[in-house]
Design a protein around this ligand. Structure first.
Ligand SMILES: C[S@@+](CC[C@H](N)C(=O)[O-])C[C@H]1O[C@@H](n2cnc3c(N)ncnc32)[C@H](O)[C@@H]1O
Length: 489
C-alpha cells in the first residue's frame, strides 16, 4: 500500500523547498510539474503596481552562496551525481556547479516522494537543460521520456549575431515503466482536414479520407490472393482494418463474426457495407472517417501555446501559461491525483491542477506567493469566480511536515551508544570536529544536517561532537566548515 501524504490537499508552504521536501512521505505524490530557476544569470523583479509587486528572485549562482547544498551533495554519497556536478563545474564554470549543487539534492527528494506511477516535468531552458538531463539520468535511471521544446515567444530582437532564443525545454521523466499516461491530441489543422478528408458520400457518416487496404505483414496465405480482380502491390498483403477503426454506425453494418473471418472474407464484408473506396485503377482502399480521429497526437514540440499575456499575467517574474501546465497535468495524472510544485511562483501548477479536479500542494520561498495564489484560486483570469475559499480551505502551514511513512528513517533508542561505537575504541575517542580525544561524557549528540534545514532525526544524521565543536557548529556550519575553522582538512 502507498503511504498517505502527510499534509492536506491545497497546501502552500512559504519556505526553502528542501526543508519541506525532506519532511514529505515517500511515494505519495502522483505528479510533479515544476519550474525552478534556470541559471539565467538574471535578477527577477515583479513590476511595481502588478499583482505580484514585491516578488523577486535571484537567478545568479556562486559556490559561496551554495556551500550548504554543496556539502549536502558530498554527503549524499552518490558518486555519479557528484561527478556530474563537478564535471559541469569544470566545463561550464563555477556558477553552473553552484546551480547544480542547489538543484541536485532537491531532485533526489523529488524522486523519493513520487509514487511508482508518478512523473516529473522539469521546466528549464538551454542554459542548463543538458546538465539537468544528466542529473536526472543519474537519479531516474533510464526513465527518460521526452525533452519537450516549448516555443515560448516569437522573435522580437534581432542583430545578436546568433539565432534568436525562442524556446524553453521541459524534461519529462517517469519513476517506473507503469506511469500514468492519458494520450493528448490537438485539433487537426483546418487546411489539413480540407486537403485530406475530401470525400463525403452523404450517407450521414461524414467526411472521410482513404487509406491503403494493404500492410507489410501477411495475415495468412490468402493475404496475397486476388480480391475482386485486384492484387496487393509487390511486397504488400491485404490487411483489412479492425471493426473499431470505423464509426459505430458503419461498424454495425459489418457481420458480428467480422473479426473471425479470413482476410478475403473481411475485404468482401467491408465492400458489402460500403466501407471500401475503389480508385479509377481498380485498387480498393478503405474509408477512414474524420469522426474517428481525435486529432493530432501531442508532440514534443509545442508551438501553439503562447507566452502569458493579457489578463492571465500577474506580473510574477517568469510566470508560465496555464494552458501549458494543464496540458502536462491532463496527460500525466487522473482526476483526484496529487500534483506538487516545489518552485510554485504565482501558483500556475496549482491553479491548473485545481481546474482539472486534481489535489495539489506547493512551496515557494517568496512570501508574496501566498496572496497571489489565494487571489488566482478565487478568480479566473477572465474575472469569473473560481474556488470558494469560505468553504474550501487553503492550508498555509508555518512549519515543514514531519515524515510519518514506514520508510521514514528513525532514531534508535540507544543512539548515544551507537554513535560512541562509531568513534572507535578506548576510554577517550577522537571528536569528528576537532580530532581531540575526549571522554564519553564530554560528547553531545549533534544533527549533521541541522534541524533548521529539516535534517532528519535519524541514526544516519546523528553523531557525537565535543562541547566546543557542538557550540561552534550550531545550526550554521557544515562539518567541513567546522573542521576548517580549526585549521583541519
Ligand atoms: C521560475 S519561477 C516559477 C514560476 C512559476 N512556474 C509560475 O508560473 O509562476 C521559480 C520560483 O522558484 C522560487 N524559488 C527559488 N528558490 C527556491 C527555494 N529554495 N525554495 C522554494 N522556492 C524557491 C522563486 O521564488 C520563484 O518563484
Amino acid at each position: 500500500m502507498m503511504p498517505d501524504p502527510n499534509f492536506a490537499n491545497r497546501t502552500l508552504w512559504i519556505d526553502d523547498n528542501l526543508r519541506v521536501l525532506r519532511g514529505i512521505n515517500s511515494a505519495c505524490i502522483d505528479l510533479i510539474v515544476t519550474d525552478p530557476p534556470f541559471n539565467s544569470k538574471r535578477f527577477y523583479n515583479a513590476p511595481l503596481g502588478s499583482e505580484a509587486a514585491g516578488a523577486q528572485f535571484d537567478d545568479t549562482w556562486t559556490m559561496d552562496s551554495q556551500k550548504d547544498d554543496w556539502a549536502d551533495l558530498q554527503e549524499a554519497a552518490d558518486p555519479a551525481l557528484f561527478h556530474t556536478v563537478v564535471g559541469a563545474g569544470l566545463s561550464a564554470g563555477e556558477p553552473m556547479q553552484a546551480y547544480l549543487s542547489f538543484i541536485a539534492p532537491r531532485l533526489i527528494e523529488l524522486h523519493r516522494i513520487l509514487k511508482p506511477a508518478g512523473s516529473l516535468y522539469l521546466h528549464c531552458d538551454a542554459h542548463a537543460s543538458h546538465y539537468l538531463k544528466q542529473l536526472l539520468d543519474c537519479i531516474f535511471g533510464s526513465r527518460y521520456l521526452n525533452e519537450i521544446v516549448w516555443k515560448r515567444t516569437s522573435t522580437k530582437s534581432l542583430g545578436t549575431r546568433r539565432y534568436a532564443r525562442d524556446s524553453d525545454r521541459i524534461l519529462f521523466y517517469s519513476k517506473s515503466s507503469t506511469f500514468t499516461w492519458n494520450q493528448q491530441y490537438r485539433p487537426h489543422d483546418p487546411d489539413y482536414v480540407e486537403g485530406n478528408y475530401r470525400h463525403n458520400d452523404g450517407d450521414g457518416l461524414g467526411a472521410y479520407a482513404t487509406e491503403q487496404l494493404t500492410g507489410g505483414k501477411a495475415g495468412g496465405a490468402l493475404a496475397y490472393e486476388a480480391f475482386k480482380g485486384a492484387l496487393p502491390s509487390k511486397g504488400r498483403a491485404w490487411a483489412p482494418p479492425r471493426r473499431d477503426k470505423f464509426p459505430s454506425e458503419a461498424a454495425d453494418k459489418l457481420p458480428d463474426n467480422y473479426e473471425d473471418l479470413d482476410v478475403l472474407a473481411k475485404c468482401a464484408a467491408l465492400d458489402d457495407a460500403g466501407l471500401l473506396y475503389w480508385t479509377r485503377n481498380g485498387v480498393p482502399r478503405y474509408k477512414s472517417y474524420l469522426s474517428t480521429k481525435q486529432g493530432i497526437p501531442a508532440s514534443d514540440i509545442i508551438a501553439h501555446i503562447p507566452a502569458v499575456s493579457g489578463n492571465e499575467a500577474t506580473g510574477w517574474p517568469t510566470q508560465k501559461p496555464l494552458a501549458l501546465y494543464e496540458h502536462f497535468i491532463a496527460a500525466s495524472s487522473d482526476p483526484d491525483d496529487l500534483v506538487f510544485d516545489p518552485f510554485a511562483g504565482c501558483a500556475t501548477t496549482m491553479v491548473a491542477a485545481e481546474r482539472l479536479g486534481r489535489r495539489w500542494a506547493g512551496v515557494d520561498v517568496d512570501e508574496v506567493a501566498t496572496g497571489i495564489t489565494l487571489k488566482r484560486l478565487q478568480q479566473h483570469s477572465d474575472g469569473t469566480a473560481f474556488l470558494d475559499l469560505s468553504t474550501q480551505t487553503v492550508n498555509l502551514p508555518k512549519n515543514p511536515p514531519q515524515r510519518t511513512d514506514p520508510d521514514a528513517p528513525r532514531r534508535s533508542r540507544n543512539i548515544r551508544a551507537i554513535c560512541w561505537q562509531r568513534l572507535g575504541t578506548g576510554d577517550r575517542r577522537a571528536c569528528p570536529g576537532c580530532d581531540r580525544a575526549k571522554y564519553y561524557d564530554d560528547f553531545h549528540l549533534d544533527h549533521i544536517v541541522p534541524r533548521s534545514k529539516n535534517g532528519p532525526d535519524t541514526d544516519e544524521n546523528l553523531h557525537l561532537l565535543c562541547g566546543a565543536c557542538n557550540g561552534r557548529k550550531g545550526n550554521r556550519l557544515t562539518m567541513s566548515e567546522l573542521r576548517a575553522s580549526w585549521g583541519l582538512a
